[in-house]
Design a protein around this ligand. Structure first.
Ligand SMILES: O=P(O)(O)OC[C@H]1O[C@H](OP(=O)(O)OP(=O)(O)O)[C@H](O)[C@@H]1O
Ligand code: HPA
Ligand SMILES: [Mg+2]
Length: 178
């Protein structure tokens, strides 16, 4: 089966939204330093673009998580594959993600990060799929709320491909007969 990508959010729409979020964060963190935590791999493209648009001092760190066991995310257990390089105690931490879907990854991650004693802890996501939520997550900055469609681009993958698309698209499958 082959597939094609239908554009959901253009590069211009995504760029304009990231600019607005960057301005909002710069206002909210005025006089402070914001410590961005990128959740690999999906959050990487958004974090780089966002960081360039924040005008207060920024520091960065990265972590990678994966879901455990059979059924992966349905188990709701998340394992740290790569931990942060630096402690976050006393810092103004902003977690940057590509998407909140079921909410399992972020609810686990935020709870784990809170236990490390940051001064503040907020969440910024480019995309939110509220219809799919299984676990409540408080999102502080959202780019776009999207329908329950499987999306790719801007860090989001389908089978590890399409992360590099500069826009957000929906994967559509072409049947063999057509
Ligand atoms: O709200 P949830 O249902 O938990 O889903 C959201 C998470 O799933 C995706 O990551 P994935 O684990 O596929 O890894 P990746 O970022 O490396 O693509 C996405 O980047 C979020 O981190
Ligand atoms: O819609 C999606 N696309 C890619 N990865 C994802 N991880 C959760 N939701 C999605
Ligand atoms: Mg991810």
């Amino acid at each position: 089966m082959s597939e094609h990508i239908k554009v959901l959010l253009t590069e211009e729409e995504v760029d304009a939204k990231i600019q607005l979020i960057g301005e909002q964060i710069s206002r909210d963190y005025a006089g402070r330093q914001v410590h961005l935590i990128c959740v690999l791999k999906g959050g990487s493209f958004f974090m780089c673009e966002l960081a360039k648009r924040i005008t207060v001092p920024v520091s960065l760190d990265f972590m990678a998580v994966s879901s455990y066991g059979s059924g992966t995310k349905s188990g709701g257990v998340v394992k740290i594959v790569k931990d942060l390089d630096e402690p976050i105690r006393g810092k103004d931490v902003l977690v940057v993600e590509d998407i909140v879907d079921s909410g399992r990854t972020l609810s686990y991650l935020l709870e784990m990060l809170w236990a490390r004693g940051p001064e503040t802890l907020r969440l910024c996501t480019l995309l939110d799929k509220p219809e799919r939520r299984v676990v409540d997550v408080d999102v502080d900055y959202t780019g776009f709320q999207i329908p329950d469609k499987f999306v790719v681009g801007y860090g989001l993958d389908y089978d590890q491909r399409y992360r590099n698309l500069p826009y957000i698209g929906v994967v559509e499958f072409d049947s063999e007969e057509e």
